[in-house]
Design a protein around this ligand. Structure first.
Ligand code: KIV
Length: 271
């Protein structure tokens, strides 16, 4: 059973304690007030306002088009629905890669305008200076290594990363650099389970996996994927807990039939 279920507010320090005690961290994405309220009330530890909003909310092919203003809109909506979970917000593509000053001003806008608890950035040694600068303003930073979707045009495909020794060694090195720079945690996406295990046991900060196997400190999934709202995306690591696409479609079809057949509204449903 969870030792941390009664914690009133999840902070980065609570996550650190959970790793220390060996209690797994459960993280999901959310992009709006209503969904955030549901998953917070269910007891989720961390809510990521992911730039996957670009795919699941806006229908873009990649995460690249979403803007800082759009992320701020999603994140502020999520924060209004949350009382317990730590809310982490993705810094969108193009708002931090230029230099550390630009990164800091993007991070400050997110924290000021949303009320979130932390930000997340993709990349390793190349973002070290930005991590340090953002942390110096008191903003907690989460890293993201492995398959980093903002670099999809460099990778060319969404296949498993770091299968070869050279890329695996660079990932290990980047994880240590990010820990030393002060990140409170890392997301590892779509890498071999043995490598993720090696990272999780060599750093002290929590490692949250997505397609990174069972030997890490927690798991994250995209909410719309695990609920079965999205249909096209079916990687091996995805466990679907529902088929909400079909359920919602059925409910809407019933509504349409009721309207067209004059069944809705009935006498009790009118004034
Ligand atoms: O944007 C996102 O949803 C993410 C997760 C896949 C970790 O970064």
């Amino acid at each position: 059973m969870s030792t941390y279920r009664d914690v009133k507010k999840i902070t980065t320090h609570v996550l650190q304690a959970m790793k220390h005690k060996g209690e797994k961290i459960a993280m999901l994405t959310a992009y709006d007030f209503s969904m955030a309220r549901i998953i917070d009330s269910a007891g989720i530890d961390v809510i990521l306002v992911g730039d996957s909003a670009s795919n699941v909310m806006a229908g873009h092919e990649t995460t690249l088009p979403i803007t800082l203003n759009e992320m701020i809109y999603h994140a502020a909506s999520v924060v209004r629905g949350v009382s317990r979970a730590l809310v982490v917000v993705d810094m969108p593509f193009g708002t931090y890669q230029g230099n550390s000053k630009e990164a800091l001003s993007s991070a400050i806008r997110i924290m000021k305008e949303t009320g979130a608890g932390a930000i997340k950035m993709e990349g390793g040694s190349e973002i070290r200076e930005s991590v340090v600068r953002i942390l110096s303003a008191g903003i907690p930073v989460m890293g993201h290594l492995g398959l980093t979707p903002q670099s999809i045009h460099k990778f060319g495909t969404y296949t498993v990363r770091a299968k070869e020794d050279e890329e695996a060694a660079k990932l290990m090195e980047d994880a240590e650099i990010l820990e030393q720079a002060g990140c409170f945690g890392l997301v590892l996406e779509k890498i071999p389970a043995q490598l993720a295990q090696k990272v999780a046991s060599s750093v002290k900060i929590p490692i949250i996996g997505i397609g990174a196997g069972q030997y890490v400190d927690g798991q994250v999934l995209v909410l719309h994927d695990m609920l079965g709202i999205t249909q096209e995306f079916s990687p091996r690591f995805l466990r679907r807990y529902h088929n909400l696409f079909a359920e919602m479609q059925k409910a809407v079809m019933n509504y349409i039939n009721d309207v067209k057949s004059l069944d809705f509204p009935n006498e009790k449903e009118q004034y």
